[in-house]
Design a protein around this ligand. Structure first.
Ligand code: AMP
Length: 278
């Protein structure tokens, strides 16, 4: 991959890169389409990254379907599909990991304290290998996108990080490879994540600005659905991810909920009412 990227760049091509863990769905494909528009060559990677799973998480169970993924990637215009196995990227004796001071301490980092170190480490390695001009990440993983943007600036990668909007099923459930784990009744419960975000936006539209009220509203909606266990619901600054008490400018509402054994995340940006008087 590295040699190929080097040759392509030497010939004057630009490269767009979409890293994934595979089991592709429309969320991934939307990022690939964006990449297709941005650059001459579109590279996608599939690697289930062990470093971002903690012991006891679903690394082994994570869904995999390499043949289907290859067909979907090809149909979506991917020029090079870069796949690798654990030992290719973390050979025996591997011992270098990337950390970041503030952003990983919020939201998902509280219950997954090693997760973002695993993400940053693999993304940095893949950036070196694929040498892209652009890399595209989904806003579904809002915190991940923020952390990657920061890492890219801090470590002087000459790569433009591009965000893509959350792609949802027709009933609103954010697409995720992990949705496969849900039973039909759990899938019904999972719908409450997006519904709660919609209800909260309605409250904000009607003038509510107190984060505590919004969090409680979302919490009640989700808790009323069977088999849900809320990890966190937060209203925070979209840049620093620090909690906000009052929404006086656009704020991120992010949540993580276990439905049965499956941990799902979702988020939205809440836009406060325009102050006509101001
Ligand atoms: P994953 O395979 O889950 O690691 O995701 C690979 C990339 O696809 C990440 O940048 C994710 O944020 C993005 N992604 C996953 N699900 C969605 C979705 N429903 N909408 C948009 N992007 C997504």
């Amino acid at each position: 991959m590295r040699q190929t990227a080097e040759n392509l760049r030497a010939q004057g091509n630009t490269i767009a890169f979409v890293p994934t863990m595979g089991y592709l769905h429309e969320g991934h494909l939307s990022l690939m389409r964006k990449g297709r528009e941005l650059a001459d060559i579109l590279v996608a990677s599939i690697f289930v990254n062990p470093a971002q799973f903690a012991p006891g998480e679903d690394y082994e169970a994570y869904p995999r379907d390499p043949e289907r993924d290859a067909a979907l990637a090809e149909q979506t215009g991917v020029d090079i599909l870069f796949t690798s196995q654990k030992n290719d990227l973390y050979p025996e004796g591997y011992e270098t990991y990337i950390t970041q001071t503030h952003l990983p301490g919020h939201l998902c980092g509280q219950s997954r304290p090693t997760h973002f170190t695993g993400v940053m480490t693999i993304v940095a390695k893949l950036f070196h290998i694929a040498d892209p001009n652009y890399a595209i990440f989904g806003q579904k993983d809002y915190q991940q996108l923020a952390i990657i943007r920061k890492m890219t600036r801090d470590l002087d990668f000459n790569i433009e990080i591009v965000g893509g909007p959350i792609v949802r099923e027709s009933d609103g459930l954010a697409m995720s490879s992990r949705n496969k784990y849900l039973s039909p009744s759990q899938r019904q419960s999972a719908l409450q994540l997006y519904r709660s975000l919609q209800e909260v936006q309605k409250l904000v539209d009607s003038g509510e600005t107190k984060a505590a009220v919004l969090i409680e509203t979302a919490g009640n909606i989700i808790a009323a659905a069977p088999e849900t266990d809320i990890d966190y619901i937060a209203v925070c600054d979209p840049d620093t991810l620090a909690d906000k008490k009052i929404i006086d400018r656009p704020a991120l509402m992010a949540l993580a909920v276990r439905v049965g054994q499956t941990r799902l995340i979702d988020n939205t940006i809440l836009y406060p009412q325009v102050d006509n008087a101001g």
